[in-house]
Design a protein around this ligand. Structure first.
Ligand code: ADP
Ligand code: TRP
Length: 337
């Protein structure tokens, strides 16, 4: 039987943090064993908000290096840079022309980002979810492993494929595009900020102390965890709505120390913050050490990294070209050999 396929990606908009790792990348690492896996660095998405070209070029390579350092194995998956495959932009255009404007205007992430930017909002920002739909649909992905915040974008991709392409342009009930499903792991789907347990950890939070980057030094990790918001309750616990910080830090600890929630709870339920924080610092430093070592190797001499990205590009190009040709034909764009 053919393997099912997954596709996912992260924007190169700043150093990846624990939320990106647990919400996305760690799941890819497990899934690559059983699925045909495509993961990309979505640099075209990163230019939908104002950006610095030099920083983007560095972050793009750095994000790809982190995929590998976190355990993505180029022997088992294809890793590529989104802008290297021209079909992402082309399918985005084709989908643009069949998608109603008001489907985009109601996207939560667009509204949030637009609000932050005032009157400097680009057409690209509004179009962001269609480019993401193109990323996914190009590879006939069965499943898309992402954090919870991407659920609405996935639903949009499904609606476009089903209602706007297959239903209108599929011949005699046959479909043009495969309908993907989101895959959102329960644990790690939403890691919260260290400075406010009600906000998600995010690259775009202006407060550096709100997140732990995968590349933070042991000293910086120690400083950030020491500063992390706590409460005045005794002991650690999950699921107490009055204690979002306790839930979040204990979740992070259980994920970093690779034990289930129950076992982490058993270990920490009786601890005060003074005893728990050093434990969390140790677990973070030891989990990130090997990732950083591999990352430095890949970035010091980039030959291996670039050859992985070249190979990923070749595989991605073959698959995506077929899909775009199917959509062109379905829409009536003529081909002359
Ligand atoms: P950010 O929101 O920090 O800019 P991205 O939007 O680039 O991160 O997200 C990349 C991936 O990481 C997505 O799959 C997203 O769902 C996931 N992700 C981002 N932040 C978190 C978080 N705090 N908890 C869990 N998953 C997250
Ligand atoms: N929008 C996603 C995010 O912010 C990134 C992304 C772009 C993506 N294209 C994708 C994720 C395709 C999964 C599949 O995290």
């Amino acid at each position: 039987m053919e393997k099912k396929r997954i596709l996912s990606g992260v924007q190169p908009t700043g150093s990846l943090h624990l939320g990106n790792w647990f919400g996305a990348i760690r799941n890819w690492v497990t899934l690559q064993e059983d699925y045909e896996t495509f993961v990309c660095v979505v640099d075209l998405h990163a230019i939908t908000t104002p950006h610095n070209p030099k920083a983007l070029a560095h972050e793009t390579l750095s994000t790809a290096a982190l995929y590998i350092s976190c355990g993505m194995d180029p022997q088992k998956c294809s890793i590529f840079i989104q802008s290297h495959i021209q079909f992402h932009s082309e399918l985005c255009w084709l989908l643009n022309c069949v998608t109603p404007l008001n489907w985009l205007e109601r996207m939560i992430q667009f509204k949030e980002k637009a609000l932050k930017q005032g009157d400097n909002v680009s057409v690209g920002l509004l179009d962001y979810p269609i480019l993401m739909a193109a990323d996914i649909l190009l590879y006939d992905a069965d499943l898309v492993p992402v954090g919870e915040d991407q659920k609405q974008h996935l639903e949009l991709a499904r609606d476009i494929a089903q209602q706007r392409i297959n239903a209108r342009f599929g011949k005699e009930g046959s479909s043009v595009l495969k309908i993907p499903k989101p895959l959102i792991s329960k644990e790690g789907a939403r890691i919260m900020s260290l400075t406010d347990g009600s906000k998600k950890m995010s690259k775009s939070d202006p407060n550096e102390n709100s997140r732990i980057s995968l590349l933070d030094s042991p000293e910086l990790i120690t400083k950030k965890i020491k500063k992390a918001k706590t409460d005045s309750f005794m002991g650690l616990e999950f699921d107490n709505s009055d204690r979002p910080e306790a839930d979040n830090l204990l979740t992070i600890y259980s994920l970093l120390s690779d034990q289930g929630k129950e076992s982490a709870l058993e270990e920490c339920a009786g601890m005060g913050w003074g005893k728990f924080k050093p434990l969390l610092i140790d677990a973070t430093v030891s989990a990130l050490g090997p990732i950083q070592e591999k990352y430095n190797e890949l970035m010091d001499d980039q030959t291996e990294l670039k050859s992985v990205l070249q190979e990923g590009r070749n595989k991605a190009e073959k698959v995506s070209q077929k899909t775009v040709e199917r959509v062109r034909e379905a829409l009536g764009l003529i081909k002359i050999d």
